[in-house]
Write a protein that binds this ligand. Structure first.
Ligand code: GLC
Ligand code: CA
Length: 560
């Protein structure tokens, strides 16, 4: 690949850092992270060398799903502060050269949104068609699966008007009716409102679900979470996104990224290719769902490196000609990277977390890096259902109990896969509550915070934190790591993930030992001569092109 052929964009070259505001820093002792907490930590965020911050939803919300149930799209959640706090925070990021991307949650609103209150009040209310209703006199509506519902159904019966409303998520999250042009106009106006305030983009929550199939047909033989693919193939999805692009997005220098359940290598180009004029990027779930069965019951596949490499390689090369990809391991919905993909035992935690960060920052596609991974935070692994806050784990637990299923098995699996694992308070130091809050945190702090925290790692040049800082700089200094072609080596090796990135005459080799044992491996002739760019061990043992790699060793080399 040649640099001159690349369409260069800031959102391709930047590193995204995701902040879950509820768990980042509490500034007033109520146990809940907030915007003033983020303001206090701006210098820390800038010190990481990240370029773009994505904030999970901070809009007004009754918080049944922690802000993914919005009751007012144009105001700030009481727990998080005020609009003037927001403006101060935004200016603070911009002053440090960091862009700010907000969450856009418009597949559904909260059931406490004024639109829904009006919509459910009577069948002839002007807001009735803002949501999807099925009148009860037509009988029971066709089966639709819900992610969070305690009974599993996406239709909730509402007595007031003798009708069912649609909710792909919790019953407090009714789906907005995009078929109604007034709904689209409201959403587009609201997007302009935030862009005019100066934000730099949107991460679009389950945006692939916005178009529903006309008349709610039965999907023969499609049940449960298999419906995700059907939900993502609504007939007017691309029409709506193109309209959004024309009406809103193309008027600003901003970035967009779809959260894309149901996206795959066959359909992704329709969403992100430039000539489609829809969105810039998408994130898929193929790699993080490896090892997850229904209700996030875990199987061993998440440790299968050969399968993982196959998925990552297909996505890393999918955008060589058109479109652009993303890379991520963890977010507020998925477990901590070191627990899921690495080894979180005290012996291997630090090295494996550095290896995983090396992977994300040397792959083709914009890295989306989750807060706390830079210090190697681990899963919380709650023992009891009482410790959980997340409605997903709680509702699935209750559903399993009601079915007479194995609730203990679900609980065991959720120690590995549950969403609350990545939502525990950020670990700043070894004082009470990890320096997150002077009050009682809304979710328990993970027990290992006295060992794993920012203060302990700041002064140590070899800490995961300082290693992450070196990686952001390495990516910035080497456009080969951004735009260079990706080429997988040793596809069948069960322990080693090795690949090259090449741009113009420059070739960078990445070698990662995904195991807690030493591995010996032979790499291409060309690697006999090379310059080490980064290494999570002091030394690299090699003779010519034979490499002896220590457990979880990660090295990046420039070939000469
Ligand atoms: C997305 C969010 C998740 C939320 C859901 C419903 O998957 O990432 O946290 O619960 O959408 O909005
Ligand atoms: Ca607070």
């Amino acid at each position: 690949m040649q640099l001159k052929d690349m369409s260069r964009q800031w959102w391709k070259e930047g590193v995204v850092y995701q902040i879950y505001p509820r768990s980042f820093q509490d500034s007033n002792g109520d146990g809940i992270g907030d915007l003033r907490g983020i303001i206090q930590r701006l210098d820390y965020i800038a010190s990481l060398g990240v370029d773009i911050v994505w904030l999970n939803p901070i809009y007004k919300s009754p918080n049944y799903d922690n802000g993914y149930d919005i009751s007012d799209y144009r105001d700030i959640m009481d727990d998080f502060g005020t609009m003037s706090d927001f403006e101060e925070m935004l200016a603070g990021f911009h002053a440090r050269g960091i862009k700010v991307v907000m969450d856009l949650v418009v597949n559904h609103s909260s059931s406490e949104h004024e639109w829904f209150k009006a919509s459910r009040s009577s069948r002839d209310n002007p807001y009735r068609d803002y949501y999807h209703w099925w009148p009860a006199e037509k009988g029971t509506p066709p089966e639709r699966w819900s992610y969070f519902d305690e009974q599993g159904s996406a239709w909730a019966f509402d007595e007031q008007t003798n009708a069912y409303y649609l909710h792909y998520f919790d019953k407090t999250q009714p789906d907005l009716n995009w078929e109604n042009p007034k709904v689209r106009q409201e959403i587009f106006d609201m997007m302009h409102y935030w862009f005019k305030k100066g934000i730099d983009g949107f991460r679009m929550d389950v945006i692939t679900f916005i178009s529903k199939h006309d008349g709610y047909p039965e999907f023969e033989g499609v049940h449960g979470d298999k419906m995700i693919d059907v939900y993502a193939s609504g007939p007017r999805l691309h029409q709506y996104l193109h309209e959004m692009n024309r009406e809103v997005l193309q008027h600003y220098d901003i970035m967009t990224v779809a959260e894309g359940p149901g996206t795959n290598l066959e359909n992704i180009h329709d969403l992100v290719d430039e000539d489609r004029e829809e969105l810039n990027m998408n994130y898929h779930f193929e790699h993080v769902e490896l090892g997850l069965d229904a209700r996030k019951i875990v199987n061993d596949d998440h440790k299968d490196l050969v399968k993982f490499k196959k998925i990552m390689s297909a996505w890393a090369t999918a955008f060589d000609e058109k479109g652009w990809g993303t890379q991520w391991h963890t977010n507020h919905d998925f477990p901590r990277q070191v627990t899921w993909f690495g080894d979180d035992s005290p012996e291997h935690r630090e090295q494996s977390s550095k290896l995983l960060s090396t992977f994300l920052l040397t792959m083709r596609g914009t890295p989306y890096y989750y807060m706390g991974d830079e210090i190697g935070m681990t899963n919380a692994k709650f023992e009891s259902i009482e410790d959980y806050n997340d409605l997903m784990t709680i509702n699935w637990y209750n559903l399993t109990v009601a079915e007479g299923g194995d609730a203990q098995k679900l609980l065991e699996s959720h120690k590995l896969s549950g969403r609350d694992n990545a939502r525990t308070p950020f670990q700043w130091d070894s004082t009470t509550n990890a320096g997150f809050s002077e009050g009682t945190p809304w979710l328990k702090v993970t027990g290992n915070y006295t060992d794993i925290n920012v203060a302990a790692q700041e002064g140590d040049p070899d800490s995961p934190l300082n290693f992450f800082r070196k990686l952001t700089k390495l990516r910035k200094d080497n456009l080969t790591l951004v735009y260079g072609a990706y080429n997988l080596l040793l596809p069948d090796d069960k322990y080693i993930y090795a690949y090259t990135r090449s741009l113009d005459d420059d070739v960078i080799l990445v070698v990662l030992n995904y195991s807690s044992e030493e591995q010996v491996v032979q790499l291409p002739e060309a690697s006999a001569q090379c310059e080490v760019l980064i290494n999570n061990y002091q030394a690299l043992e090699k003779t010519a092109n034979d490499y002896k790699l220590a457990p979880w060793q990660a090295v990046v080399l420039r070939l000469e």
